[in-house]
Design a protein around this ligand. Sequence first.
Ligand code: IMP
Length: 431
Amino acid sequence: MNNVAVIGSQWGDEGKGKIVDWLSSEADVVVRFQGGHNAGHTLVINGVTYKLRLLPSGIVRENKISIIGNGVVIDPWALLEEIEEIRSKGVKITTENLIISESANLILPFHKEMDEIREDIAGKSKIGTTRRGIGPAYEDKVGRRSIRVMDLISKKNLDQRLETVLMHHNAIRKGLGKKLFEKNKLIKDLLDIAPKILIHSQPVWKRIDQLTKNKKKILFEGAQGILLDVDHGTYPFVTSSNTVASSAATGVGCGPQKINYVLGITKAYTTRVGEGPFPTELSDSIGEELGIRGKEFGTVTSRKRRCGWFDGVLVRQTIKISGINGIALTKLDVLDTLKEIKMCIAYELNGKKIDYLPASVEDQIKVKPVYRLFKGWLKSTRGIKKFEELPQNAKDYINELEKFIEAKVSSVSTSPERNDTILIQDPFKSN
Ligand code: IMP
């Protein structure tokens, strides 16, 4: 039996919720290891919809342990609100089934304010962040001035650490002509909620060690997608964490060999929210059609997602970067109505053909996609559960896609319903 890491192989929103839901029913433990409440995973179980942002997807199932690792940035108020929201749907959240790393870094109100201030003044060069304070919180983490879950234990510590972090933030706020941030009310507010967070806090690395010794199956639940990775994505139009699979090990405190299978969730076309390069973007009626048929609106910010053709060059690149063993191909049915389907198989840059996305944003904006054309299948694939039952043109598209990206298609999703999936290989059982 494997431990599995699930990650997005594009710019996020690949339909992880449905796949993670299916896998979390098999797992004993579900772990979040990076990102924060910028993520949005929607699960539909027995007709009830759960919108999760910070809580691992295992939380809505009985007898699963859900862990928020040290690599996650936690807005404590957002977390408590989400816990209440999920509890109100009849889900039990206790110290037994929710564990939070004592070393996780907190997102505080001045992080959210800094995110907003920066986006507002950036004009055309804004990133298009979710404005949740994610970037500023990670900056303070690597700047070694962050407040962590464990700091909530002591008023004295909290006071001293806030003094340090606010010296930094207030210098910037002053420079930008903004009101200085006052620490006393924040200390009081944090101490008020501290017990509700601290009861869940533990050394997560130790718990993971125990769980793996006891042969528990772990699902590492990634958020966002590899093209938003701070090292490997379309920098600077990225999020502030490492979204690649290897980040699961640092984000909880275990060795990389504990991740036995990496599943890349991959949409049969491409979408992106926020600003930044997008070589196969469609600004025509086909792009509109994909958006409408695919219901491409953000779960967290409700923003309309940009849509485009499947970019094989990019997905092949993210497969290499993240060591993806197999992909779960999602939203195939969205392509059902198209007469012709295009797949990007190379780029042209300054008159030369290239087979990867260059690292500089200036070049990323300039590349022109080279397409391979496929005949559409013009038949409904919705709900199909066996590969053989797919129209021949859909099979051809999947087979060529698989060859091009150099990774196995382990499942194909043919509707938002959990059971409407063609399962080719179970990630927990294959090596
Ligand atoms: P941040 O993570 O809020 O700093 O946003 C940085 C970039 O990542 C923006 O382009 C966001 O739209 C994008 N982003 C962050 N989280 C998600 C997600 O869960 N899905 C898709 N895009 C995301």
